[in-house]
Design a binder for this molecule. Structure first.
Ligand code: PEP
Length: 253
């Protein structure tokens, strides 16, 4: 059985007080509303990690993730945060390859491979993002484009390593735009990615990997998107900043 995962990406939002309030509400609703069968991952900006961890405590099925980590192990890299440091603060997941990092910080597949290695070597679960631009979608080459992102960044991993990775398919044209892929478009891409993984690692490994959809998922469209057999959860930006919306998404299975 694949894990069902709802991950919230706060991006560069939330002051200390706002983050504390949001986390407390999410954790309380998650406990009070008896949500089973779904894992939540909260991915706040770095300074929130320790205080958010304290609020999560030992709540079952609620995990803490970072939004990035360094491709280097340690040393003189001012402003960077290593996977080892994150793990030592109780972080269990890390988002890698988000399109905003690829675009604004010029992260390419080669650097992402190094980040993946660092994350895995330190026991973190990578949430590896991939997705096509509008131009590529309109040209009809989206499946080969996204498959190549997996080939180039992930296919150097062993079967054991890739089994620990969560994939998030995030069409760039749907991120923060209010425009989602239809559930059929999401299903088609997820199935295609799963087949691609199976062609390299075998069907058993491919079946075990959770593939999340990201791109303007919200409380209104989550049920439809999450009803698809190869959509194993969501990576949520805007709607993760509102506790009720985030929890509604988690309850949409
Ligand atoms: C994201 O940042 O990964 C994302 C999916 O954002 P949004 O839900 O706001 O489109």
């Amino acid at each position: 059985m694949r894990k069902k995962i709802i991950a919230g990406n706060w991006k560069m939002n939330m002051t200390f007080d706002e983050g504390q309030k949001l986390t407390s509400e999410i954790v309380n609703m998650f406990k009070d509303e008896n949500i089973s069968d779904v894992q939540l991952v909260i991915n706040p900006p770095f300074p929130h990690l320790h205080p958010v961890k304290k609020l999560i405590g030992d709540t079952p099925n609620v995990f803490l993730g970072a939004q990035n980590c360094s491709d280097k192990e340690s040393g003189a890299y001012t402003g960077e945060v290593s996977a080892k440091i994150l793990a030592s603060f109780g972080v269990s997941h890390v988002i890698l390859g988000h399109s905003e990092r690829r675009e604004y910080f010029k992260e390419d597949n080669a650097i992402l491979t190094e980040k993946l290695k660092q994350a895995l070597a330190n026991g973190l679960t990578p949430i590896f993002c991939c997705g096509e631009s509008l131009e590529i979608r309109e040209a009809g080459t989206h499946e080969s484009n996204v498959k190549f992102q997996l080939t180039d960044s992930l296919f150097g991993l062993t079967a054991e390593e890739i089994s620990k990775v969560i994939i998030a398919y995030e069409p760039i044209w749907a991120i923060g735009t209010g425009k989602t892929a239809t559930s059929d478009e999401a299903q088609q891409m997820h199935l295609s990615l799963r087949k691609h993984i199976a062609s390299k690692y075998g069907q058993e490994v491919a079946n075990s990997i959770s593939i999340l959809y990201g791109g303007s998922m919200n409380a209104g469209n989550a049920t439809d998107l999450l009803s698809k057999p190869d959509v194993d959860g969501g990576l949520i930006g805007g709607a993760s900043l509102k506790s009720r919306d985030f929890i509604t998404i988690a309850k949409s299975y």
